[in-house]
Unconditional design. Structure first.
Length: 340
């Protein structure tokens, strides 16, 4: 396997990991929250079961994205469960690293012997669980430490770090990598999570609105509630179309941290989701509810909702076309440059 192929697989696996996390932890959190608010215990239980399967779901998604054989895919469930459990707060990163290696080990022996049904699961599980026992706690602690450092730095320097986190996470969301997986792996919550959410929303809503003349309402939906990654091909052709959303993320990030004190205290993966399926906003709401239940917040106020609406929707929708206007007049952006 060449380094280029390995790198490509690693990027693909990162995106797949986010999907696995979305289909377990994130959906589980949403269902549990609905159940708690509606007083439906069955929904709470369904959500809890979904959340408990985050490790296997991530590992299976990684194996599937690498086009592994069925036996490798099925065996990776055990690897994901072990890595996520032993990785603690940094479980998603531990799953990513360990499952990726275990899947490669399984693929290396897959269909090479007459007893494939024994050899392939054995190789995948033994390599994966052994690695989980050996390095998952260290990988998890390292990821947790980096995330804690970013969170601490954001609290100490909310203006500077608000810009940095917002811009970087927004760029990661539009690139063919996963901002959600990065936020989950690092456990980005609190003010840092709020800055990450601001950056992601600036990219999604910004591109959706600024490209309205080319993509109309279907573009609003596909980018504003789907993903700004749809613009990646256009960015390669004309990188200048990326200027406006990035500039806006540099504005909304510090506004979120310094002015509105917007925090993401729901699942860390929500910090990197932006307005995709409104998961980022649901994550903020989940955090509010947890704080209210714990007595740290007396109630969810109109100011809370206003701040979330401004950072997530209104400011990106208004500011991005304004920043793009002089770029259009200079000829840096032309009609059709953002057609998807």
């Amino acid at each position: 396997m060449t380094l280029r192929k390995l790198g490509s697989d690693a990027v693909t696996a990162l995106g797949a990991m986010a999907q696995g996390l979305f289909a377990s932890l994130l959906i589980g959190t949403i269902v549990s929250t609905i159940g708690q608010q509606a007083g439906v215990e069955a929904l709470v239980e369904i959500g809890d079961f979904a959340k408990s399967m985050a490790g296997p779901a991530m590992a299976i998604a990684i194996a599937y994205s690498m086009k592994a054989s069925p036996l490798v895919i099925f065996s990776s469930a055990t690897v994901g469960a072990a890595a996520n459990s032993l990785g603690g707060a940094g479980g998603p990163l531990a799953v990513y690293v360990i499952a990726f290696i275990a899947v490669m080990a399984g693929m290396a022996v897959s269909k090479k012997t007459k007893v494939d049904i024994i050899v392939t699961p054995l190789a995948t599980i033994v390599v994966g669980v052994a690695l989980a026992l050996a390095i998952a706690p260290a990988v998890g602690n390292a990821a947790s430490s980096v995330g804690t450092l970013i969170i601490w730095a954001t609290e100490q320097q909310p203006f500077v770090m608000g810009i940095v986190v917002s811009v970087v996470m927004g760029i990661c969301l539009t690139l063919p990598i996963s901002s959600a997986a990065i936020c989950a792996a690092l456990g980005l919550t609190g003010l840092a999570g709020g800055a990450a959410l601001a950056g992601c929303c600036a990219q999604m809503v910004g591109f959706a609105v600024v490209s309205f003349r080319e993509n109309r309402w279907s573009g609003i939906v596909s980018q504003g509630i789907g993903t700004s990654m749809l613009q990646m091909g256009n960015i390669v052709r004309n990188p200048r179309i990326w200027i406006a959303p990035i500039v806006v993320s540099a504005v909304t990030g510090p506004l979120a941290t310094c002015l509105f004190h917007l925090e993401m205290n729901g699942p860390a993966i929500s910090s990197g989701m932006g307005t995709c399926g409104l998961v980022g906003q649901i994550g903020v709401y989940t955090g509010w509810m947890a704080e209210t239940a714990a007595g740290a917040r007396s109630a969810i106020t109109f100011s809370d909702w206003s701040a979330l609406f401004l950072i997530s929707f209104l400011l990106p929708a208004v500011l991005t076309p304004l920043v793009a206007l002089p770029l259009r007049r200079m000829g840096w952006i032309k009609d059709g440059d953002m057609k998807i």
